[in-house]
Design a binder for this molecule. Structure first.
Ligand SMILES: O=C[C@H](O)[C@@H](O)CC(=O)C(=O)O
Ligand SMILES: [Zn+2]
Length: 276
């Protein structure tokens, strides 16, 4: 497991891009046959990429979690961005098609990830936060997510947000999670931008062609920084930071939030013209 130590609201202003990347941006998360886990001190979020091939991959615990097993005091959300696969939670198998979500509650002991076809493996993206109560495992196919269409072609931000792990669909402790897909020709996410001091958020960009990038905007609205991000890497946003971005083509991303509340619409909206 890797660790990212974030920067604070004062120090980020004096940091170079490579220092900001070390504080907030993960390495590429999806490696064939492997599990990559990255722990950020931003709300103790933990993100991972799991790509099983011929054999299943078990979710391990780690010394730093001081737990007998990974979910002893944590919940996890998983979204599959690859080929068909399955996740076994304490003996129950959940089939995971592309873009299916699975919510795994606190105290789930044995969690195992498999691909149906090693040549077209599943790519499981996992986000975990500390949890204080035991709830139920819930499988959410993309078709069962709440979706909202936002933006327009004229302003290059036409996109659909699929909310799969959210109140009303999944009873979670902190975690709220889903997918945003940009339409062809649209490149701006989270436009207009916002902050939400009571929650922090992690974006994981994917489905971006190899030779393209997303320019992710972070920082206080009064002092914005730009970090060029590769596909299949994640970036953590502290509570004081905007999290918006523009791609050199369209793309998708998974957003996940943890913190004080779970109201998706509870945001402090900004105007693009407010950014400095
Ligand atoms: O707090 C909510 C999150 O930042 C995202 O869900 C926003 C987003 O996907 C978008 O507008 O494109
Ligand atoms: Zn947000």
């Amino acid at each position: 497991m890797k660790f990212m130590f974030s920067a604070d609201i004062r120090s980020y202003k004096n940091m170079r891009n490579d220092e900001l990347r070390e504080a907030f941006v993960t390495e590429p998360l999806f490696q064939a046959g492997e599990i990559v886990l990255v722990y950020t001190d931003v709300d103790r979020g933990l993100v991972g990429g799991i790509v099983p091939q011929d054999k299943p991959i078990l979710l391990p615990t780690h010394k730093e979690l001081a737990a007998d097993y990974f979910c002893q005091r944590r919940e996890a959300g998983v979204i599959n961005i690859g080929g068909e696969g399955s996740i076994n939670v304490d003996g129950t198998d959940y089939a995971m098609a592309n873009r299916d979500s699975l919510y795994i509650p606190k105290e789930s002991q044995k969690i195992e990830f498999s691909s149906n076809d090693a040549n077209n493996p599943a790519k499981f993206y996992l986000v975990s936060y500390p949890a204080h109560r035991v709830t139920k495992t819930v499988h959410v196919p993309k078709s069962a997510a709440k979706y909202i269409a936002l933006g327009s072609q004229e302003t290059s931000n036409e996109r659909v947000i699929f909310q799969s792990i959210r109140p009303g669909i999944v009873d979670s402790c902190q975690l709220v999670m889903g997918i945003t897909e940009l339409k062809t020709g649209s490149v701006w996410n989270t436009k207009p931008p916002h902050t939400h001091f009571r929650r922090t958020e992690i974006y994981m960009y994917f489905d971006l062609p190899q030779d393209e990038k997303v320019f992710h905007l972070m920082g206080e609205p009064s002092e914005v920084r730009t970090l060029p991000i590769d596909s299949e890497t994640a970036i953590a946003s502290p509570s004081w930071s905007i999290h918006s971005g523009v791609g050199t083509s369209n793309y998708s991303f998974i957003w996940a939030m943890g913190g004080e509340n779970q109201e998706f619409d509870d945001m402090d909206h900004l105007k693009v013209t407010d950014l400095r």
